[in-house]
Write a protein that binds this ligand. Structure first.
Ligand code: G6P
Ligand code: ZN
Length: 608
């Protein structure tokens, strides 16, 4: 068929040959598999579905290769290098083996794979860029649990820039999966030993290079941060921090960077073994799934923890399965991801050497992320872009030099040093802020606290009280009906009764036109925009593996400290408990939407 013809051309070009009879010996028949559509971030399914569906990996990978070969010209095909690796979850080893055999049979020249198939998402982005590869295949279901019984498995493709595949590309891959009839797999090859670093030649014109998964990434960090200053800081006897790797891929990186490079005590790290099932942990760094860490810091919402009973670590952080997300904590403090990106942006040029060279002219956040970042941008005169949910939407803005830092409410923060969000980068950025602020403190005094940094920020810019309520794995019909009902208000002004009098808001639906390439995305979330500046957003998650997840994002703005306002009066407005501050909005939304009755739930499953 057409795909076989394209492959033939690609393989021929790659091998400098004119005919590719050899390829046909590797041809296997297959049939389309329904549901191989990529979500917000790659294709994700339960492990059980992947394992009981014959050719699940083969079909998707062949679809990818077909699309890649179609878009390559003979000249660039001559050096087709692809990177491969993942978060170490169950089924990755089998998938690596299949992908390497398929790459060999499809005319790929070289696969650069992480040792043991390990490669965090940000490290993959760094590797693709450093090695000038055509792209990279990442085996991960991100923050979803892993393991044979209840785990998910996933796969995604990153492009030459190091960023996630664009929607145009993933749409093409999906289209291929619907018409696929054959794939190519070399079943005569010896399995590649991934346990040690080195180049393994398998066949003429094809080789596998097993690389240290940390090397390129660690090299990059040296150019971004002042690692020597950070080392001196984390070694201070009066500073302590805890980093939780959630038994996922970041453990590998955390040991090397925090302990190996910065000299932090080894007991700063917890759950830093890479386990195939993450030791049963749901590797999503938030107050629900990383509650143990939050408890150590005393950072759980009030009521669930005694706040002052013991000496807390000064700083805490965690990352997700594939190392691109981060959660930031201080003693008795949770930093909302929306605030985190704003504070990092506020300090970046002063504390991170990378931004002294690459000065900031713009920043970006996903639409549901709070508008804390906008406040910093406005004061600095930076552009501030609002994009749909999904890191891929930042790619064009970064490549075009329009933004330097970006973040999402979903615990993603990053910059142009790679094209993915980067959990460890966020942790090092915060350590840089703490180091900088503590540097100027009188000698002999303790490091400046995270709480103080946040308090100053809120006094200066005001505070966006923020929360996200998730209703997970609800009936798809119920979720769709809720969204359809909300959509019926789009364009109208609503005045509804609430416990605190009338609530007035307008309703719209977010859509986006990419200012760089003009591509567009619609139906990206229904927004209630209240007259007092509060905002509530509803959207369906694009990252689940079954059922639907409804996300409700709630935001309320409290203005900065006024010139004649006392610090304690300002704190009584700005340093309130988030749950308490958002409660009237939460109550109103529950009542107006009847969300609990509609979704057959009594409360959200996860609040972040
Ligand atoms: C992944 C993506 C993010 C996105 C998040 C939540 O982590 O990389 O860009 O914000 O998922 O997406 P969702 O569609 O589930 O809200
Ligand atoms: Zn992730």
């Amino acid at each position: 068929g057409a795909s076989a013809r394209r492959l033939t051309q690609w393989r021929a070009a790659a091998a400098g040959q004119t005919s590719t009879d050899t390829q046909h010996q590797y041809r296997k028949a297959t049939a389309p598999i329904a549901g191989q559509k990529t979500g917000t971030s790659g294709l994700r399914k339960t492990v059980q579905e992947v394992q009981r569906t014959p050719n699940f990996v083969e079909n998707w990978i062949q679809a990818l290769f077909n699309v890649l070969s179609e878009s390559r010209d003979a000249a660039s095909a001559a050096a087709c290098v692809l990177c491969l690796g993942g978060d170490g979850r169950y089924f990755n080893r089998e998938a690596c083996d299949v992908i390497i055999r398929m790459a060999a049979a499809n005319g790929v020249n070289k696969i650069i794979v992480g040792r043991d198939g390990i490669m965090s998402t940000p490290a993959m982005s760094a590797l693709i860029r450093a090695r000038k590869a055509a792209g990279g295949i990442i085996l991960t279901a991100s923050h979803n649990p892993g393991g044979p019984e209840h785990g998910d498995w996933g796969i995604k493709y990153n492009i030459q820039s190091g960023g996630p595949a664009t929607e145009a590309l993933t749409d093409k891959i999906f289209a291929e999966t619907l018409s696929i009839t054959e794939f190519y797999l070399n079943d005569r090859m010896e399995p590649t030993d991934l346990s040690c670093v080195g180049t393994k030649h398998c066949d003429d014109g094809f080789c596998v290079e097993v690389v240290d998964p940390v090397h390129e990434y660690a090299k990059l960090l040296e150019t971004v941060f002042d690692m020597n200053r950070l080392a001196a800081f984390v070694q201070r006897p009066d500073f302590s921090f805890v980093y939780d790797g959630m038994n996922a891929v970041s453990g590998e990186y955390a040991y090397r960077v925090f302990v190996g490079r910065l000299g932090a005590p080894a007991d700063s790290l917890r759950n830093c073994k890479c386990l195939e099932d993450f030791g049963g942990i749901h590797p999503d760094p938030n107050l629900t799934y990383a509650a143990d860490l939050a408890r150590i810091l005393g950072a759980l919402p009030s009521g669930s923890e005694d706040r002052c009973s013991e000496k807390r670590p000064d700083f805490g952080a965690a990352s997700d399965g594939d190392g691109d997300r981060n959660m930031i904590l201080g003693a008795n403090l949770f930093v909302s991801p929306s605030d985190s990106v704003a504070v990092i942006a506020e300090y970046a040029e002063a504390v991170i050497p990378y931004f002294q060279v690459n000065s900031i002219t713009g920043v970006a956040r996903s639409m549901p992320t709070s508008r804390a970042l906008d406040q910093v941008a406005a004061r600095r005169g930076w552009s501030c872009y609002e994009t749909p949910t999904g890191w891929k939407y930042f790619g064009n803005l970064m490549d075009a030099g329009r933004i330097a830092i970006c973040g999402e409410e979903s615990f993603g923060t990053g910059s142009t040093h790679v094209r993915e969000k980067d959990g460890l980068w966020a942790v090092l950025a915060w350590l840089s802020i703490l180091e900088y602020r503590s540097r100027s403190a009188p000698s002999g005094s303790a490091p400046v606290s995270m709480s103080q940094i946040m308090q100053e920020h809120w006094h200066k810019y005001g505070r966006h009280y923020y929360g996200r309520h998730d209703y997970e794995k609800v009936q798809s019909d119920a979720a769709d009906q809720l969204m359809a009902w909300l959509r019926s208000f789009v364009g109208s002004e609503v005045s509804a009764a609430s416990q605190e009098g009338a609530c007035n808001f307008t309703v719209d639906e977010f859509s986006y036109v990419d200012p760089v390439d003009g591509s567009s995305a619609s139906q990206q979330g229904v927004r209630l925009l209240f007259t007092d500046g509060a905002r509530v957003v509803f959207r369906l998650s694009g990252t689940g593996s079954s059922g639907a997840t409804v996300r409700v994002y709630l935001e309320r703005y409290e203005p900065p400290r006024a010139p004649n306002e006392s610090a304690s009066a300002a704190d009584s407005r700005l340093a309130r408990d988030v749950t308490v501050a958002l409660d009237p909005l939460v109550q109103f939304v529950a009542q107006w939407t009847s969300i609990h009755a509609r979704l057959c739930r009594t409360s959200p499953d996860v609040i972040t």
